[in-house]
Design a protein around this ligand. Structure first.
Ligand SMILES: Cc1cc2nc3c(=O)[nH]c(=O)nc-3n(C[C@H](O)[C@H](O)[C@H](O)COP(=O)(O)OP(=O)(O)OC[C@H]3O[C@@H](n4cnc5c(N)ncnc54)[C@H](O)[C@@H]3O)c2cc1C
Ligand code: SF4
Length: 701
C-alpha cells in the first residue's frame, strides 16, 4: 500500500489545467487547504521557440499539440484507431491553455436549452443567466480583448481590453460578409491587447499555438496557478494519478499517484475534484473502479465516458493577391462569423457552426513543403512567392451533439509510462456534422472568392481537435448523468468534476471560458457548503481498488541516439536539395546554399526524431525521391521539412518573399475604428437584427 504524502488536504484537485486552475484559485482564497496533483511540470516561457528560426520545426515535435506525436514524459498515449479526429492537448501546469489559441466565446443561452428549443440532445440543468457571474469573474481573471455590442454575444459586461487588430485581408473579408448582410464581429480573445494582470501586451508573433513567449496570452499557469501557489496552495508536479479512492462511507478519501521513479503515493483529502479533461477524467474514473462501482467510479448511470463531443472542424484557406504577412497576428481568430451559429433544421441538419478567420499559423516551412509536394522544381520559387504570407484561413467549427456510442473506454493493451491503461477513444462525427460542415464550407469558400481570393482550398474535415467535452455529463437525473447541477457526482457526494467532461451540449464555440466558469461555480459551491459536503473523518482510509496499479519496469526507455551529420549525409542531402530547389537570381540552389551556411546541419540537429526517416530519403537519392511521397511518406516529409527549414533559415531566402521571421509588432488596439469608421458593423446594430438572425433562414441572408 502506498505511503501517505503530506497532510490531509481539504480539497484535492487532480489536473492543473484550465478547470483545475479556476477552482484552485477560489478554494485557496476561501481559506481551504488545497493540493493539486499534476502529471506534467511547470513550463518556463523561455522554452517556447516562437522567436527562433526553428519555430516550425519545434512545432512538429517538442511543441506539437498531439500527445501521440510529442511523446514527452508527462504525456500518456491515446488509442485513436477508432476515432475520426486526432486529439490535441497539453499535459503540464496550465494544461491545454499552454498551447491554446485563447479564442474566448461563450455558449449562447440557446445552447443550454436545445432539447426544449429544437428537440435534440438534452437541456442543461442550469441556464446562461445562472452561469453569467462566473463567466464574468473568469473574464476578469484572464483578461479578455474584444469589442462590446456583438448582437449574437450573450448579455454581460463588455470585454476588459480593446479588441486585437486585424489586417487588410480581414477587412476585405468583412466587406464581403457585409454585402450579404451577414454576421461578423472582431472575436473575443483571452490575449492582452494592452498590458493586463501583470502580463505584457501581444506582439503579434502569431505562434500562440506553440506557447506564448511574451506571456500575453492568458494561460492558467500564469493567471491561476502562480497566484494559487502564492496564496499558499500546493501543486505537486510529476504526479500521475491512477486511482481516486473511496472510504468505508462511500466518500472519496483521496488519490493514489505514481511519481516519475515509479513509486506510489497516497494523498488524503476531504473532497476531490477531478480536472483531468474530457478524456483524462473518464480514463481516471474508469480506472478507479472498485467493489462499490465496478463499472467505474461514480458510474452507476453508465454515462461515464459516453457522449464525447469533439467539435469537428474544417479549414478553408483563401490565397489573396496581396502580401498579407499571414504568419503574423494572433493565431486563433481575428474575425468571428456566427451567421449559422444556431440550429435551423430547415437547412436539413442539426447543429450550428462558428467560423473564425485567422492567419495561417504556419510560415515558410509549411508553405515550402506544400509546394515541394506539387513537384516541378522549375516553378517552385514562383509558387512559393505567390502564396507565402498571402493566405487567410477560416476555421469552421461544427457543433457536436452528444451520442452515447462516442465514448472513452480503457485500452486493453496500451498503457502509459507508469502502467496506467491508455484511453481508447471511439468517435465518429456522424451525418449532421458532415452536412453542417459541407454547408458552411461551401458558404465560406464563396465569401473568400468574393473577398478577392484567387485560390481557395478546403480541408473538410481538418481532422484534429482539442475541445474535449461531455464524458461526465451534468444533469438533475442520476440515471442519465454523472454530475449534478453543481458539478458534484451523484454517486459520491464529495467527488466533483470540473473540466469539459460535464458539458451537456457543446454549442459550436470554443469551450474553455465555459469550462472555467463552471469550475469556479463548483468551487464556490464546495467552499460554501464544505462541512456538509466533506464531513471530517477520524481515520484516513481507502478501500482496495479493483484495478491494482500495473507494475512495469520504470527504467527509462533509451531514445535512439542522434545520428551524426557525416560528409556522406551532407552530400546526399545537398544533392536532393539542389534537384528540388534550383538556383534563382541571386540565390544558389538549396543544397549548395544550406551546406555553405551550415543551416542543413542546424536543421538536422534540431530534429533527431527525423534522422532515421531522413536516411531512407537520402538512400533514394535525387532520382528516387519523388516516388517516396507514395512509397514512404514519412521519409519524404522528413527530407522536405528539413530542407525547407534549412533553406529558410538563410535570411536572404525569406527576404526574397518579404519574410523576415516572426517579428514583434505592437498590437495597435486603436486600429479597430477602421471598420467602425467604414460603417462595417452598422447593419448588425439595427434594432431587431438579433431576432431576425435567431429566426434564421434556410440558406443565407
Ligand atoms: C492547440 C490547442 C488550441 C486550443 N485552442 C483553444 C481556443 O482557442 N479556445 C478554447 O476555448 N480552447 C482551446 N483549446 C482547448 C483548451 O486548451 C481546453 O479546452 C482546456 O485546456 C481544457 O481544460 P481542462 O481543465 O478541461 O483540461 P486541461 O487544460 O487539458 O488540463 C488537464 C490537466 O490534467 C492533467 N492530468 C490528466 N490526467 C492526469 C492524471 N491521471 N494525473 C495527473 N494529472 C493529470 C493534464 O496533465 C493536464 O495538465 C485548445 C487546445 C489546444 C491543445
Ligand atoms: S501573437 Fe500574441 S498571444 Fe500569440 S504568441 Fe504572439 S504575443 Fe503571444
Amino acid at each position: 500500500m502506498p505511503e501517505p504524502a503530506g497532510d490531509l488536504a481539504d480539497v484535492l484537485i487532480i489536473g492543473a489545467g484550465a478547470g483545475g486552475g479556476a477552482a484552485a484559485r477560489r478554494l485557496v482564497a476561501a481559506g481551504l487547504k488545497v493540493v493539486a496533483l499534476e502529471q506534467g511540470r511547470w513550463i518556463d516561457r523561455s522554452e517556447f521557440r516562437g522567436a527562433e528560426w526553428d519555430w516550425e520545426l519545434s512545432a512538429g515535435k517538442r511543441w506539437a499539440a498531439q500527445a501521440n506525436v510529442r511523446g514527452a514524459p508527462a504525456d500518456y498515449p491515446m488509442d485513436l484507431a477508432e476515432c475520426d479526429i486526432q486529439i490535441m492537448n497539453f499535459n503540464g501546469v496550465g494544461g491545454g491553455t499552454i498551447l491554446y489559441n485563447a479564442v474566448w466565446p461563450r455558449l449562447m443561452p440557446e445552447h443550454f436549452r436545445e432539447r426544449s428549443l429544437y428537440g435534440v440532445a438534452a437541456d442543461w440543468p442550469l441556464d446562461y443567466a445562472e452561469l453569467l457571474p462566473w463567466y464574468e469573474a473568469t473574464d476578469r481573471e484572464m483578461g479578455v480583448a474584444g469589442l462590446g455590442g456583438n448582437p449574437v454575444y450573450p448579455p454581460g459586461a463588455e470585454p476588459s481590453n480593446p479588441p486585437l487588430p486585424f489586417g487588410s485581408g480581414a477587412m476585405a473579408v468583412a466587406r464581403a460578409l457585409n454585402r450579404r448582410g451577414w454576421h461578423w464581429w472582431p472575436d473575443t480573445i483571452a490575449i492582452n491587447s494592452v498590458p493586463y494582470g501583470g502580463r505584457h501586451a501581444c506582439i503579434q508573433r502569431g505562434t500562440c499555438a506553440q506557447g506564448c513567449g511574451e506571456g500575453a496570452k492568458a494561460s492558467t499557469d500564469a493567471t491561476h496557478w502562480q497566484p494559487f501557489v502564492a496564496a499558499g496552495g500546493r501543486v505537486i508536479t510529476g504526479a500521475r494519478v491512477h486511482q481516486v479512492t473511496l472510504d468505508e462511507r462511500g466518500l472519496a478519501s483521496g488519490a493514489v499517484w505514481v511519481d516519475a521513479a515509479g513509486r506510489d503515493h497516497f494523498q488524503a483529502a476531504r473532497a476531490v475534484l477531478v480536472a483531468a479533461n474530457g478524456i483524462g477524467t473518464p480514463r481516471l474514473l474508469l480506472n478507479s473502479a472498485c467493489e462499490r462501482f465496478p463499472a467505474g467510479l461514480a458510474n452507476s448511470s453508465d454515462q461515464l465516458g459516453r457522449n464525447l463531443m469533439l467539435h469537428p472542424v474544417a479549414a478553408v484557406i483563401g490565397t489573396f493577391p496581396e502580401q498579407l504577412e499571414g504568419w503574423q497576428g494572433q493565431y486563433g481568430s481575428t474575425v468571428q462569423c456566427q451567421q449559422f451559429g444556431l440550429t435551423d433544421q430547415r437547412r436539413g441538419f442539426v447543429g450550428g457552426c462558428k467560423w473564425s478567420l485567422h492567419p495561417l499559423g504556419s510560415g515558410p516551412v509549411a508553405e515550402s513543403v506544400l509546394q515541394l509536394a506539387q513537384g516541378d522544381p522549375a516553378t517552385y520559387h514562383e509558387r512559393v512567392g505567390r502564396r507565402l504570407g498571402h493566405k487567410l484561413m477560416w476555421s469552421i467549427m461544427s457543433e457536436d451533439m452528444p451520442v452515447p456510442e462516442n465514448r472513452v473506454v480503457l485500452s486493453g493493451d496500451l498503457c502509459d509510462s507508469s502502467g496506467m491503461p491508455a484511453p481508447r477513444v471511439l468517435y465518429c462525427g456522424g451525418a449532421d456534422v458532415a452536412a453542417n460542415l459541407d454547408f458552411n464550407v461551401a458558404q465560406a469558400e464563396a465569401v473568400f472568392r468574393e473577398a478577392g481570393a484567387w485560390e481557395v482550398t478546403s480541408y473538410n474535415p481538418a481532422g484534429q481537435q482539442a475541445h474535449l467535452m461531455g464524458t461526465a455529463r451534468m444533469g438533475d437525473d442520476p440515471a442519465s448523468s454523472v454530475v449534478d447541477r453543481w458539478g458534484m457526482t451523484h454517486d459520491v457526494p464529495n467527488l466533483g468534476v470540473i473540466d469539459g467532461s460535464v458539458f451537456v451540449t457543446s454549442g459550436p464555440v470554443n469551450p474553455t471560458t465555459t469550462i472555467m466558469a463552471l469550475a469556479a461555480r463548483t468551487a464556490d459551491h464546495l467552499a460554501r457548503n464544505f462541512g456538509l459536503i466533506a464531513p471530517e473523518q477520524a481515520r484516513r482510509t481507502w478501500l482496495a481498488p479493483l484495478r491494482p496499479t500495473r507494475k512495469i519496469d520504470h527504467a527509462p526507455v533509451a531514445e535512439a541516439a542522434p545520428l551524426a551529420w557525416t560528409d556522406e549525409r551532407a552530400a546526399a542531402f545537398a544533392a536532393i536539395a539542389d534537384a528540388l530547389v534550383p538556383a534563382v537570381a541571386e540565390l544558389p540552389a538549396a543544397g549548395q546554399l544550406t551546406r555553405e551556411r551550415g543551416t542543413a546541419r542546424q536543421a538536422y540537429s534540431a530534429r533527431p526524431d527525423l534522422h532515421a526517416a531522413l536516411d531512407r530519403a537520402l538512400a533514394a537519392g535525387p532520382d528516387g525521391f519523388a516516388d517516396l511521397i507514395a512509397a514512404d511518406p514519412a521519409a519524404w516529409s522528413a527530407m522536405a521539412m528539413l530542407l525547407s527549414a534549412a533553406y529558410f533559415a538563410v535570411p536572404e531566402t525569406g527576404a526574397r518573399h518579404g519574410y523576415f521571421g516572426q517579428q514583434p509588432r505592437p498590437a495597435q488596439p486603436d486600429r479597430y475604428p477602421a471598420y467602425i469608421a467604414e460603417g462595417l458593423i452598422d447593419h448588425m446594430l439595427v434594432p431587431g437584427w438579433r431576432e431576425r438572425w435567431a429566426a434564421g433562414d434556410p440558406v443565407a441572408a
